[in-house]
Design a protein around this ligand. Structure first.
Ligand SMILES: NC(=O)c1ccc[n+]([C@@H]2O[C@H](COP(=O)([O-])OP(=O)(O)OC[C@H]3O[C@@H](n4cnc5c(N)ncnc54)[C@H](OP(=O)(O)O)[C@@H]3O)[C@@H](O)[C@H]2O)c1
Length: 322
């Protein structure tokens, strides 16, 4: 395993995302929630993963509970990250929710506590006050944000009166916005970008096409899985496969290797099985050449998925006709 060291923290470049744990959005079922998840966590730790990411909203607390149980005997090996859903995030709300998450996780501290989404209505300063209180009382070690623009990230740092370690954002060969300013900011300022959906929710594995689309709500409700977009992704997936073949590996592993080839970036892929987790961890050891990285970036540049209001209208239409 390789690590990113920044802002006094050390995170494995491949972490484990756990939205899937106990969540109806992914629909992996009871056997997954009650058995496979624990095996995934144990295997991840065995293979040197330290970063585990969850959130109070995943499975309405189920993910945090599952993670808490799975790491109980190995807490010291984990850099544990969770998130507050900022519905009406006064300082007291953030503080209370941080303590509730720690309770569900059965830990005395959370390594990274993140504001899940920006709330444009409630002042950021209130949320950072809550974060400061949690940090001062030792419940939280590092403060993070998620889905924040660079301006908001910096505003959060202003309100906190110090560094906000990380910004967790969608970042993959199918979602390149963080390249513009978030990744350069992290690299220049000893911060971290935590890449979520680094496989574009599995699209970049090449397992799906317009005739074989996933049916769970996490993906049906995402415009990236519109048949037109899956079809448009075909050349990018072909490039991934071609480079994967040269390394005797898979498209998914190449997609992850591209993400973590960027300094100060770590990825937190989710996994529906232990085998996927093992493959994802192995991507940390995959060295792509500069030419291959350039080829992937060019294939990604050429991928223009339909987005915006038109794409969302199609998502709604598909749901209505289901
Ligand atoms: N902060 C936020 O707002 C936010 C938003 C989304 C996610 N997240 C976090 O980021 C994590 C990861 O994102 P994500 O789950 O949305 O997307 P992802 O990691 O890009 O995709 C995960 C899915 O890809 C497939 N997959 C995983 N490894 C694979 C492999 N080696 N080969 C083939 N297929 C593979 C699996 O689905 P199938 O096997 O069913 O195809 C798996 O459930 C989440 O668990 C969560 O912790 C955060």
């Amino acid at each position: 395993m390789r690590f990113v060291e920044a802002g006094g923290a050390r995170l494995s470049v491949i972490g484990l995302g756990t939205w899937q744990f106990g969540s109806k959005d992914w629909g992996y079922g009871d056997a997954y929630a009650s058995g496979e998840t624990a095996r995934i966590v144990t295997r991840a730790l065995d293979l040197g993963v330290t970063l585990i990411d969850t959130a109070e909203v995943y499975g309405r607390g189920a993910s945090e509970r599952i993670v808490g149980q799975a790491i109980a005997q190995r807490r010291h090996e984990v850099f544990l990250a969770t998130k507050v859903l900022p519905i009406l995030p006064t300082a007291a709300f953030v503080e209370h929710h941080g303590r509730m998450s720690a309770q569900r996780l059965a830990v005395d501290h959370i390594d990274l506590y993140q504001v899940h989404w920006p709330n444009p209505v409630v002042p950021l300063s209130w949320q950072m006050d809550g974060m400061r209180r949690l940090r001062e009382s030792g419940v939280v070690r590092h403060v993070g944000v998620s889905n924040f623009s660079l301006g908001r990230w910096q505003a959060a740092e202003n309100d906190l009166g110090g560094p906000v370690l990380s910004n967790q954002v969608q970042y993959s060969l199918a979602a390149r916005k963080p390249d513009r300013d978030l990744v350069p900011y992290a690299q220049a300022n000893d911060r971290v970008v935590i890449a979520y959906s680094p496989l574009a929710k599995g699209l970049l594995s090449g397992r799906y096409d317009a005739e074989h689309l996933p049916t769970n709500s996490a993906r049906v409700n995402d415009p990236i899985f519109l048949p037109t977009n899956v079809t448009r992704a075909a050349p990018l997936i072909a490039t991934l496969r071609e480079i994967a073949a040269a390394h005797d590996t898979t498209a998914a592993q190449v997609a992850l290797a591209w993400v973590i080839s960027h300094p100060n970036v770590v990825a937190i892929p989710g996994a529906s099985s232990v085998e996927q987790l093992e493959a994802n961890v192995a991507a940390a050891e995959l060295d792509l050449t500069d030419d291959e990285l350039r080829e992937l970036t060019a294939a990604s540049d050429a991928f223009a998925p339909e987005s915006g209001a038109g794409a969302w209208a199609q998502v709604v239409k598909r749901r209505v006709h289901k």
